[in-house]
Design a protein around this ligand. Structure first.
Ligand code: NDP
Ligand code: OXD
Length: 310
């Protein structure tokens, strides 16, 4: 049987194929669309696959997301419920996300983007100077990435709370669970970080009501998915002065279209979906290990729940 790599960006296709073959030189890897025997493919590694592409592989058993999120796969309604879907859980990916968040949180605390702007205007204007204890961090989504960020931010001296679907114990961090406790969680959050998966329940969760529940002057960081955010509601909350600013790494449409009001907004920081990028070299071992598990009929690792959507 064989693996097919179905990855949107051409440069990444070859990187993935090389990384997989470096793990196991005998691995039968093909790169979509150059697949000669689609009947032999039982395992697909995918990132933002074209809609309907999986129907071309009649013997497909596993789709492995090349990232942590699986929304880009699950949005295809034609994927048979028999197919197992897995995702990436990777130490480097987790580390990189936490580093990005720490950088953005300190940028907010010490007004670093503001000083970049002032420098261009040749203005010497000391401004906001907050200390860690003055910025209560609230993390929506206390999974692999959320927990790591929470623990490291707490080590740096920030008061941290988390919010997740189910209750959980995370050393020294209060985690509020379920919709019933969302408002309470938000009321104690000065810097809101969204690290939720995109599901039917979490789509549009960063909305007017959510922003209103935050204390005045709060800052919002969205590194999860663009569809979590209701864009007009963010603009209105910034316009009214209720929110101090936002940092956005993900967007409903990527690349963010030219002329979009976010580009030139003075209180929005934009990064082009680079908070944490999957490294094929780092992740290839878990993909190849799952491929071999499939061949041996053993349970796979990092399987997502089709029902929960993550
Ligand atoms: P996990 O699956 O490990 O964690 C998801 C967390 O969200 C869990 O704590 C889960 O709760 C919680 N959750 C899910 N649904 C709800 C809900 N309805 N209400 C409250 N909490 C909910 O995911 P990861 O931490 O690995 O990744 C999170 C997301 O980060 C990815 O799905 C992806 O979209 C994004 N990402 C973005 C990157 C970037 O570069 N911008 C890079 C990598 C990931 P429970 O624990 O109870 O199950
Ligand atoms: C991911 C991402 O889900 O890069 O891994 O967004």
């Amino acid at each position: 049987m064989a693996i097919v790599v179905i990855v949107q960006h051409e440069i990444f296709r070859q990187k993935w194929a090389t990384a997989l073959q470096a793990q196991d030189p005998g691995l039968p890897v093909s790169v979509y669309p150059e697949v000669t025997d689609s009947g032999a493919v039982d395992f697909a590694l995918a990132w933002r696959p074209p809609q309907g592409v999986f129907n071309r592989f009649p013997n497909l058993k596993v789709i492995a997301s090349a990232g942590a999120g699986v929304d880009h796969i699950l949005k295809d309604p034609d994927i048979s419920p028999e197919i197992t879907i897995t995702r990436v859980v990777d130490r480097q990916l987790t580390h990189d996300m936490t580093s990005y968040l720490i950088a953005q949180v300190y940028g907010y605390l010490r007004n670093l983007p503001g000083y970049h702007d002032l420098q261009r205007q040749e203005k010497w204007q000391p401004g906001k100077y907050l200390m860690e204890r003055q910025a209560r961090i609230g993390i929506m989504g206390m999974g692999v990435l959320g927990q790591d960020a929470a623990l490291k931010l707490r080590q740096l001296g920030f008061p941290v709370k988390g919010w997740s679907r189910s209750p959980k114990e995370v050393a020294g961090i209060e985690v509020l669970a379920g919709e019933a406790r969302l408002k309470e969680f938000l009321q104690h959050t000065d810097v809101l970080i969204c690290l939720l998966p995109l599901t039917a329940k979490t789509r549009n969760i960063l909305n007017r009501q959510t922003f209103q529940a935050l204390p005045g002057g709060a800052f919002v960081i969205n590194v999860a998915r663009g569809e979590h955010l209701v864009e007009e509601d963010l603009l209105a909350a910034l316009e009214s002065g209720h929110l101090a600013g936002a940092c956005l790494d993900v967007f409903r449409e990527e690349p963010l279209p030219q002329g979009h009001p976010f580009w030139r907004h003075p209180n929005i920081i934009i990064t082009p979906h680079v908070a944490s990028i999957t490294s094929p070299e780092s992740v290839a071992p878990q993909i190849v290990a799952n491929y071999h598990r499939l061949q041996r009929g053993e349970p796979l690792q990092n399987v997502v729940s089709r029902q929960a959507g993550y």
